[in-house]
Design a protein around this ligand. Sequence first.
Ligand code: 13P
Ligand code: SF4
Length: 328
Amino acid sequence: MPTALDYEPMILRPRGTEPTPLSPIQEEILELKRARNAVILAHNYQIESIQRVADYVGDSLGLSYQAQAADADVILFCGVHFMAETAKIVNPSKTVLLPDLAAGCSLSDSCPADRLEAYKKANPGLYVVAYINCSAGVKALSDVICTSGNAMKIVGRVPADREILFVPDQNLGQWVAQKTGRRMRLWPGSCYAHVLFTVRALEKIKARFPGAPVVAHPECVAAVRDMADEVCSTELMVKFCRETPASEVIVVTESGMLHRLRREIPDKTFIAGPTDSCACNDCRYMKMNTIEKVRDALRDLQPAIEMPEPIRSAALVPIQRMLDWSRA
Ligand code: 13P
Ligand code: SF4
């Protein structure tokens, strides 16, 4: 029998569809955006004030397509480093800005390019499928990239006679292997934020909201994924929450997601999936971007993403393969 929650859950309840007025700094950002001929792309985990000034808010896959199609002079990417790096790889003539260059990713860090290179050398013939949460150096060593939104489709396109090495997320890899029946070697990386969700914490929140379905990100561990009614990317979470007949949904991912959900589905209630020690779960890297840093980046046109051209052009090959396979 689950015990009571030790804290108040984070709940975003329905609110009127009338948007609150923008703050002076948000207005300043919109003005700078026009002056710089910039487009602002933001991940679903960004803080609400950033999401509201963005031209597009979405998951890694949607953001990659948007970055490639962008025809503004400047792409201000509000997300983490590997996402802005991907934007630069697919659209190199643009100035790509990231509000805080230190906004990294534990998954990306778990697979350094030199270690992958050594592993490939010791195990020749592997077909490397890399989750997009990795550095440009790792992408350059990979055969195809995937995101949580297209991983099953991408793995399904890999020739059947090739053994797959899936990097760097063992949880996403394990989920894809379960769903597709394809055996894969899994790199032992994980997202520090998503592995904090536990069965115990989920049992407690489910007991408090018994009618609410659970939607979880595939970066969660298997025992948590098994408790979910749906496991999917952040973009597909919006679809699930819109289509479910339920009026309350428990959302097991980074808490920024709830802002997008409430904006687009204003008549439902969203409950943040808790961890054992807190009511919600923030990614410390995603939260390094602040509204002030967004303003400063547009004003100063820095920090900008740069990388050596040989790495960029090598990394483009598996990204482009993903974008083509994903569209088909
Ligand atoms: P999505 O592509 O599903 O938005 O996931 C990105 C991410 O970093 C999840 O932690
Ligand atoms: Fe990386 Fe996890 Fe943060 Fe996503 S939530 S950016 S996988 S550390």
